[in-house]
Design a binder for this molecule. Sequence first.
Ligand code: B16
Ligand code: MG
Length: 213
Amino acid sequence: KYQAVIFDLDGVICSTDTYHYQAWKAIADELKIPFNETINHRLRGVSRMESFEIILEKYDKEMSREEKVSWTEKKNEIYKELLKNMSPADLSEEVKSTLDALREKGLLLAIGSSSKNAGFILGQLGLGEYFDAVSDGNNITKSKPDPEVFVKAAQFIGKEPEVCLVVEDAKAGVEAAKAGGMDCAAIGDAVKCGMAEHNLSTFADLLQVVQES
Ligand code: B16
Ligand code: MG
């Protein structure tokens, strides 16, 4: 059934969670806003500005649009600096060999990420030229749970949604896949939401899911 797999990036292909956390923590500390791992959890898969709005729920003053833009830009500068620490060593052997095996089977492989830094991260991992298409935060106007990022990915590779399988680690991403008419394989945190057609206990399980489809 499946002819293409569209992968979320952060939390699926690699883990940038701690970098996002460190960068947001620096901003929250400067603004004296309480911030912890539980709040950080809610930022998975949502856009940069939406993430900041969640952090600001615990801020008791007013903040103008310009100030918000400036703080999110500052967060991104810190985050990008941290991303420089990433290298091909951050790509697990399991992920790389599973991607290669899927490609070997003739499937098209794409990225569907909310991140505007997706291209940079892929480059750091040594996957700059690897995927057949990259749909990311730079080509969308609405972020997950809106399906736009995945719909665009399917268009980029020229496949109908019905033959695409999305792999996601965030509930917002699973919802986005479903809204786009695509099946979803949940991994990690997203398994809990119980909304995906397939649940992966490990990335390599994808091979079986595709084989049995
Ligand atoms: P940026 P994904 C998402 O990536 C992250 O999970 C989320 O935490 C982040 O806020 C969002 O990208 C935007 O990232 O600030 O780099 O544009 O999971 O959709 O690959
Ligand atoms: Mg993710």
